[in-house]
Write a protein that binds this ligand. Sequence first.
Ligand SMILES: Nc1ncnc2c1ncn2[C@@H]1O[C@H](COP(=O)(O)OP(=O)(O)O)[C@@H](O)[C@H]1O
Ligand SMILES: N[C@@H](CCOP(=O)(O)O)C(=O)O
Length: 321
Amino acid sequence: MGQGLNRVPAGLTVSVSVPATSANLGPGFDSMGLALDLRDEVSVTTRAEGFTAHVDGEGAGVVPTDGSHLVISTLRAHLRDRGWDVSGLALTAINRIPHGRGLGSSAAAHASAVLLADALLPEDERGSEAELLDAASQLEGHPDNVAPALAGGLTVSWDDDGRYRSAFIRPQASVRPVVAVPEQPLSTETARGLLPAQVPHHVAAANSGRAGLLVHALTQDPSLLLPGTRDWLHQDYREPAMPESVALVRGLREQGLAAVVSGAGPTVMVLAVGEEQAEAARSAMRALLAASAQSWRVSILPVDAVGAKVKAHRSGQPISG
Ligand SMILES: Nc1ncnc2c1ncn2[C@@H]1O[C@H](COP(=O)(O)OP(=O)(O)O)[C@@H](O)[C@H]1O
Ligand SMILES: N[C@@H](CCOP(=O)(O)O)C(=O)O
């Protein structure tokens, strides 16, 4: 327990649920993201001593069960930043977001931790929405997953001289994301390591144009989603780490479907328009993956319009220490 820090009392329980997210959406590298209807649920109860994590679902048996669990360590880091700490914590999680697949599991964990920590603070010490967005994004290293995880829907985020900010946008209701999630994970860190330090000016210009077009396609004219999801900044550079995913994106795009690598991959997502095209995308994915050596989960994952929910808070009176 840090010296001079206020102590959150034992006996407080807080729960959050946070959606999966797909970042980049093609040309919106490190800035655009979409929340998806698949949620992690996490509860913590403060106690006098000891840090434990009980996890069901994705990551069970793999992620740590002590104080080094990502949500516990991040929650404590956020508390300390605010001048507080906690002597003990029991965490329970139902994880549905697969890890290391490009569906924002680590962003969901960082967002959960910051929201849980904030809810454990006395009301007058809690952060604003903008502060929580910035705090969770700083922990994640980029804001494109954290912003839609917190707010739902579609977000465009930017770095405002060292502070992350986000605009929240309602996508067209007809947009139906379809995902193909492979068995084999790929860490975001590894995928980021494949990116070049610089790209030619004409490539940056082309990508910026498509990112602008993508916002128009997602909000006004979904018939432009195929050109609006074209990327030159990250997907091809990452091909050596996920050749099947990049080949799947190409195969789907040749059929006129707006396919992208979800986040840093290796999940592939199609931004379909309407139920009929979503079903067609699902069939096309299954057909193109029929000969794959690994298994893939193919499903329609609707857009989550709600974002993170702090679900319960049995409040007590935090004490100073
Ligand atoms: N809910 C969670 N609880 C504990 N650790 C998690 C959780 N979610 C993610 N992680 C950690 O983050 C890693 C995945 O992060 P990352 O490589 O960024 O992939 P992605 O965010 O695309 O799923 C996992 O292997 C695990 O170590
Ligand atoms: N912009 C990031 C997005 C990473 O998303 P994740 O879901 O794979 O963590 C990147 O492309 O590196």
